[in-house]
Design a protein around this ligand. Structure first.
Ligand SMILES: Nc1nc2c(c(=O)[nH]1)N[C@H]1C(S)=C(S)[C@@H](COP(=O)(O)O)O[C@H]1N2
Ligand SMILES: [Mo]
Length: 312
């Protein structure tokens, strides 16, 4: 990853190299306006089954008064238009277009490993079973941009409890999807796909750890990690893995996507800390999406009172 400014430029060139776009350019033509997919036209739009009406009706859910911050929300256009989803593009600004070919319905999440009741759960059944509440959380990317967004979803703990972990379950491993035909950057061997992450089990069962199925009042759009993604607001954003395909309860600390690529730059815990600079940039301040406001980074992204007991 790179701090925000330089990669907006470099990201497009790498995308072009990684994606092998010859065939796409023949198929879709399109005026050369940009490097990357913009030059050839965006990927074809995926045809998806509709979301069941009872599921749609559950959003946004009641806003939580216990879990949330009383801060101005980031404008939806700003949060939707900018982010990281490396499977599709290294261009942070083009995610809505880059993800439009993503087939994220129907979708199931497999939960397995050290538990008594493993299973494969249809995502809309999870919504029906565990419900939808809305939580306004701060999000802090390791690249020093930040936002405040209303996620809808349910506590990760609800799903973990439902599968009844054994006493040997000490960590939780998260694995995203693997679909190189839909996600062009998964054809690049620079990364160990699929994206994978991990938490200690006490972190994963902390009340703030959340499985988001929606944002800004609606089911998650592709670019935000449809149809279900992790949200761990006191940690750098790369821990909040998008588009979860599998959750494993494991005995040993699992390797993670970014710590494997650059162990000196991204550690397993990845708790937001203004005093510990990234090797290539400071973490003392953050830039708010939308307004561009520069703010002081907060320890544990402002959640220190809630999570301090995890790290004594
Ligand atoms: N599968 C997957 N999940 C991911 C990423 C990714 O590249 N792939 N990027 C992470 C990073 S670095 C951040 S900051 C957030 C961004 O989430 P947003 O685009 O919804 O703001 O997603 C995280 N989850
Ligand atoms: Mo990030």
């Amino acid at each position: 990853m790179e701090p925000t400014e330089p990669r907006v430029f470099f990201g497009r060139r790498r995308w072009l190299r990684a994606a092998g776009l010859g065939a796409i350019s023949l198929a879709s033509g399109g005026a050369a306006t940009w490097l990357g997919y913009r030059r050839f036209g965006p990927p074809p739009v995926a045809v998806l089954p509709p979301i069941p009406a009872d599921v749609t009706a559950a959003f946004p859910g009641a806003r939580s008064s216990r879990f949330g911050v009383d801060e101005a929300l980031t404008a939806r256009e700003a949060a939707d238009g900018y982010g990281n989803f490396f499977e599709f593009s290294e261009d942070k600004e083009g995610l809505v277009e880059a993800t439009r070919g993503f087939v994220h319905r129907p979708w199931a999440v497999e939960v397995r490993g050290e538990c008594h009741r493993p299973g494969t759960f249809d995502v809309w059944d999870l919504v029906r079973r565990f419900g939808v509440e809305e939580r306004v959380y701060r999000h802090r990317c390791v690249e020093a941009w930040a936002m405040v967004v209303p996620w809808s979803g349910f506590p990760l703990r609800a799903l973990i409890d439902a599968v009844a972990p054994t006493s040997r379950a000490r960590f939780v491993r998260f694995v995203s999807f693997h679909a190189p035909r839909q996600a062009p950057n998964q054809r690049s061997t620079r990364f160990a796909w699929p994206y994978h992450e991990g938490l200690r089990i006490d972190e994963a069962t902390h009340p703030l750890a959340f499985l988001a199925t929606g944002v800004y009042g609606e089911p998650l759009p592709a670019a935000h990690g449809a149809p279900i993604r992790l949200v761990v607001p006191w940690k750098y954003g790369f821990k909040s893995m998008k588009s979860i395909a599998r959750i494993e309860l494991v005995r040993e600390r699992p390797p993670t996507f970014w710590s494997t690529i650059a162990p000196a730059e991204y550690d397993f815990a990845a708790n937001v800390d203004p005093m510990t600079p990234h090797p290539r940039w400071s973490q003392a301040t953050e830039r708010m999406l939308g307004t561009g406001e520069l703010r002081a980074t907060q320890l544990m992204n402002g959640y220190v009172d809630e999570v301090a007991s995890l790290y004594t």
